[in-house]
Design a protein around this ligand. Structure first.
Ligand code: ADE
Length: 342
């Protein structure tokens, strides 16, 4: 391993003490201009990089933020991380990103690794069964949950209103005259998937539309999961005429299944997604979906966390951001023509 240049080397070459070098590097007053110039010249020549680790050990905290997410290949999460990163970068903090695959043991192992770097804070999208933050292991840094919040967590969190998003979908489909409605839920062990389904089922119950158990198919939040679940639904008798896919990746898989079965969307099957990813407007037909503010969740969470890092000690906050149905072209109205124009 290469040996790192330290302030000791610089001090030796400049013929001053390590303390004087630190004063120069920290911009403290009381060092002559000539000495400052000499030290800076050596720093430049040696390409000296201050060690965040050594600094972290001294201050007991670095300018690092840990970010723990389930899966960077799920296109919803990069939006959220981008929101975190934009705020962190602007405020002089840097991120270390970890994937858990929704595995609480992997999550805890990353959490403990991150703690050893003395981060200023850690932002976590927790897996079901998460134990991070359950004890006092976060006493030396700020901890924030986003997207999901374990029910025992009493600290800060920023979430989307998933239940209301699901409710908006159910209300829209029933108001469009649909009765044979089905759903591809995400994994039932994920809180956001459960919340979306709860709102959706409530809307159907309010409209007195039945949702048979076999019309709810669980699938992992990805395109393959959506494809397989939609094939199962669309080969049932009777065949559902609408599918609520509880993420846009699931909806895109469902659109592919519709094509594979030589059906048409929305003529034979209506599809609604959840997310409003950039590419959801570009599908054929364009996808009606629920917008969830992933970027804003990330940026707000990071802002709140950095406020805490700087000493804000207001009561803990659980922010729940609005979701919004975006109507495009993947849902067919089954209302009689005279009702549609009202
Ligand atoms: N896709 C969209 N929203 C999601 C969420 N909250 N968790 C996992 N995958 C998602």
């Amino acid at each position: 391993m290469k040996k790192a240049i330290t302030t000791k080397h610089i001090a030796q070459l400049a013929g001053v003490s390590v303390g004087t070098v630190s004063h120069v590097l920290n911009g403290s007053a009381g060092v002559s201009e000539e000495l400052q110039k000499r030290v800076h010249e050596i720093v430049r020549k040696l390409d000296y990089q201050p060690s965040q680790l050594a600094r972290g050990l001294r201050r007991r905290s670095t300018d690092l933020l840990g970010v723990i997410i389930p899966d960077i290949t799920n296109p919803y999460f990069p939006k959220l991380v981008r929101g975190i990163e934009d705020v962190a970068y602007k405020e002089g903090f840097r991120l270390v990103l970890c994937n858990t695959d929704n595995d609480p043991a992997k999550e805890l192992s990353y959490f403990n690794d991150l703690r050893s770097f003395h981060p200023a804070g850690i932002i976590v999208i927790p897996s079901e069964g998460s134990t991070v933050g359950k004890d006092s292991s976060h006493r030396n840094f700020e901890l924030m949950f986003v997207d999901r919040s374990p029910e025992w967590w009493a600290g800060d969190a920023v979430l989307a209103n998933n239940e209301d998003g699901g409710h908006q979908v159910g209300r829209y489909l029933t108001r469009m005259g649909h009765k044979l409605i089905s759903a591809i839920s995400g994994p039932s062990h994920i809180e956001t998937a459960r919340d979306r389904m709860r709102g959706f089922q409530r809307a159907l119950a309010e409209a007195k539309v039945k949702l048979p158990a076999k019309f709810i198919q669980e699938a992992p939040f990805n395109v393959e999961g959506g494809f397989a679940a939609a094939i199962r639904l669309l080969t049932m008798t009777p065949r559902p005429m609408a599918i609520f896919a509880s993420s846009d990746t699931l909806a895109i898989g469902a659109l592919a299944a519709v094509r594979a079965l030589k059906l048409r969307c929305p003529e034979d099957v209506s599809i609604v997604g959840f997310d409003d990813l950039e590419f959801s407007e570009l599908t054929e037909p364009s996808l009606t979906t629920v917008f969830q503010p992933g970027y804003h969740i990330g940026s707000l969470a990071c802002q709140l966390l950095l406020d805490r890092v700087r000493g804000a000690d207001h009561p803990t906050e659980k922010k729940i951001l609005n979701t919004e149905l975006r109507i495009r072209h993947s849902v067919r109205s089954l209302l009689p023509a005279r009702k549609r124009s009202r």
